[in-house]
Design a protein around this ligand. Structure first.
Ligand code: SF4
Length: 83
C-alpha cells in the first residue's frame, strides 16, 4: 500500500472528525482505538462530503461511536471515542 507523503494527498473529504486520524493511518502511524474508529467512519462516508451528518447505518457495530450520531452517547462504553 502506498503511503501518503503529505496531508494534501488525501484528495477527498472535508475537515471533520476522523480526517486527521485517517491521514495519520495512511502515513503509517499507529492509531488508538478511538482514533481508528474515527478514521473508519471518515473513510466509510467518503470524508463527510455530504455533510457532517449521521450515516444512519444502525446495523453497523461502530454506529454507537459514529461522531455525528445524535444518539451516540447512549450505550457507549469505556471504549467510546469521547473517552
Ligand atoms: S458507523 Fe456509519 S460511517 Fe461509521 S463505519 Fe459504520 S456505517 Fe460507516
Amino acid at each position: 500500500m502506498k503511503t501518503l507523503q503529505r496531508k494534501s494527498e488525501l484528495t477527498f473529504g472535508i475537515s471533520a472528525r476522523g480526517r486527521r486520524e485517517l491521514v495519520k493511518h495512511l502515513k503509517g502511524g499507529k492509531l488508538t482505538r478511538k482514533e481508528a474508529m474515527l478514521a473508519a467512519c471518515y473513510d466509510c462516508v467518503c470524508g463527510y462530503e455530504d455533510g457532517k451528518v449521521d450515516c444512519r447505518v444502525m446495523r453497523c457495530p461502530l454506529h454507537p461511536f459514529m461522531p455525528f450520531n445524535p444518539e451516540g452517547k447512549k450505550g457507549r462504553g469505556e471504549d467510546s471515542p469521547e473517552n
